[in-house]
Design a protein around this ligand. Structure first.
Ligand SMILES: [Zn+2]
Length: 385
């Protein structure tokens, strides 16, 4: 009897204890300012771009709950935004040393550390970190892309090229042969700039082996021959460009004209332009270049006919309009001059395209000469060549 009573009393006490514990746990959960509330408030503030507020909430979150990895990660990211780069990196690095991270957390923390180093422009350190990360995860596209960015920003083409090749094996559509060829071009330019035209040409030819429509390779092989005073070889390569890739041949027109002029073969140029137009009849740049030569040769009616042909293809072509006006002005043909001027005025100013520049497809940076690497956004192969 006594035992039964004792059991009932003990059971009653245990039930009471459980109820009390449940009550306290609930009360704790509902308590405003708890780690969970602070974390949610931080997320909301960050979503609404109230960064300072988000920072304070995440700071409180981690002071209440040191296990919230995401709050630490976000705290570091906000510090990076606020330009406290060393502190951001320190938080992320300490976080990365924890043993109980999930795969996703580890990836996010590593990406954040690399971003911190990029923000601080510590590219060598970023490269070292990335190579370390890739040694355990060699096909990680995000890290490989970042590593390529490091090599691109530091002009390290020797290491950039195998990195592009690794990326091409993972994502062959994005890192196609045209893109790979651009890196060869950049390596070639480095040799050309240090005076080794021969080595530069060999590398430009490797670019052509990778992508046989690489117009820049033809252009620069010609440049490297000019550098070695081999004008006739340069002319051959630029003629080859006109023959093989007529649609992009305009990149060599100016250079080809001056090399032909220097070698006493300037009269060949009209024939070259005519041959481009046989293959690519709407090539405005070639028609315009031909018209310019015809003007110089005193064949003004032919030049006028060609410039009008370009305006049929592209009515708002600024260069053709101004060249036509120039010819009529020289000829004192006021009637035609007035009619072109009228046409010019009818086209609203914004519709008249400015003199042709090469525009970066990534950032819109405009340059007069084609480039393999955009000087503004540091992207490679963005000039459509
Ligand atoms: Zn750009």
């Amino acid at each position: 009897m006594d035992n039964t009573l004792l059991i009932i009393i003990l059971a009653g006490l245990a039930a009471l204890l459980i109820i009390v514990m449940m009550f306290f746990r609930r009360a704790k959960r509902r308590e405003p300012g708890s780690a969970r509330d602070e974390y949610i408030l931080g997320l909301k503030a960050q979503f609404d771009k109230r960064i300072d507020e988000a920072y304070e909430h995440f700071k409180k979150t981690v002071s209440l709950d040191t296990e919230n990895v995401d709050a630490y990660l976000r705290l570091g990211n906000i510090l990076r935004l606020k330009n406290s780069l060393d502190r951001a990196f320190q938080i992320h690095r300490e976080l990365s040393m924890r043993g109980n991270l999930t795969e996703i957390e580890r990836q996010e923390i590593n990406e954040a550390m690399v971003e911190d180093l990029f923000a601080a422009e510590k590219y060598d350190e970023a490269g070292k970190t990335l190579r370390g990360l890739l040694s355990g995860d060699s096909r990680n596209e995000v890290f490989l892309e970042k590593l390529l960015e490091v090599y691109t920003l530091t002009g390290d083409w020797v290491n950039a090229i195998p990195t592009v090749e690794r990326l091409a094996r993972i994502n062959p559509d994005k890192y196609d042969r045209r893109f790979q060829a651009m890196y060869k071009i950049l390596e070639g330019i480095k040799h050309a700039n240090s005076g080794d035209g021969h080595k530069a040409r060999l590398i430009y030819k490797e670019a052509l082996n990778l992508y046989n429509k690489c117009a820049l390779a033809y252009l620069y092989i010609g440049d490297a021959y000019v550098q070695d005073n081999r004008l006739n070889d340069a002319i051959d390569w630029w003629k080859k460009l006109c023959h093989d890739i007529p649609g992009k041949s305009h990149i060599c027109f100016e250079k080809l004209e001056s090399a032909l002029f220097e070698t006493g073969k300037f009269s060949d140029i009209a024939e070259i332009y005519l041959r481009i137009l046989e293959k690519d009849e709407k090539n405005i740049r070639a028609i315009r270049a031909l018209a310019r030569i015809q003007t110089k040769m005193g064949k003004k009616p032919e030049a006028i006919r060609n410039l009008k042909r370009t305006l049929e293809i592209k009515p708002n072509d600024y260069e053709s309009l101004t060249e036509l006006m120039e010819i009529y002005r020289e000829e004192e043909n006021l009637q035609e001059l007035a009619s072109i001027a009228e046409e010019y005025c009818i086209l609203r100013k914004k519709e008249i395209e400015p003199a042709e520049l090469y525009i970066c497809s990534e950032c819109g940076h405009a340059v007069p000469e084609p480039e393999p690497l955009c000087a503004k956004c540091h992207r490679v192969g963005t000039y459509g060549l």
